[in-house]
Write a new protein. Structure first.
Length: 150
């Protein structure tokens, strides 16, 4: 059994929120909008609260490093997804460059909170070829290669 019983007051009905199979809470931390449930193997789950009521148990990954994943699909025709993680909040940019180093577009330029993020890239007017995409900002500069085949 892995889950948590919650109630708004001692006289209200108790509700059971089950955690994913194989996981059990090791402690409970309560904030204004969610209940955090640290579990084994460093996994962290949370229960979002709506008017004080839990709405289910969700997986919350704790980001401990910067990462830039390979876009998917790759190669691609018209669109691809770029996933990345930032461990510190700050100003970041996701830029795309041609194989000769010319910036062809900026997909994102702004503030990001700590966590995992994803952005859709639409190749629109770009021709077939090899392109580079870069995550830059707050002490990080990571680059990956992608291929457009139309």
């Amino acid at each position: 059994m892995g889950g948590v019983y919650t109630s708004l007051t001692p006289t209200d009905p108790w509700r059971y929120s089950k955690m994913p199979d194989g996981f059990k809470p090791r402690s409970v931390e309560i904030s204004a909008d969610k209940v955090l449930l640290p579990s084994q193997a460093g996994k962290l789950f949370y229960m979002p609260l709506y008017n004080g009521n839990p709405t289910g148990v969700k997986d919350e990954t704790v980001v401990t490093e910067f990462s830039l994943a390979q876009n998917y699909p790759n190669p691609f025709n018209s669109s691809s997804v770029i996933r990345f993680s930032v461990k510190n909040p700050g100003e970041y940019a996701i830029e795309v460059f041609s194989s000769i180093g010319e910036r062809v577009t900026t997909l994102f330029n702004g503030w990001l909170e700590t966590g995992e993020h994803r952005i859709n890239f639409y190749s629109k007017e770009l021709s077939n070829g090899i392109y580079l995409y870069r995550l830059r900002g707050a002490g990080v500069n990571l680059t990956k290669k992608m291929i457009i085949l139309k």
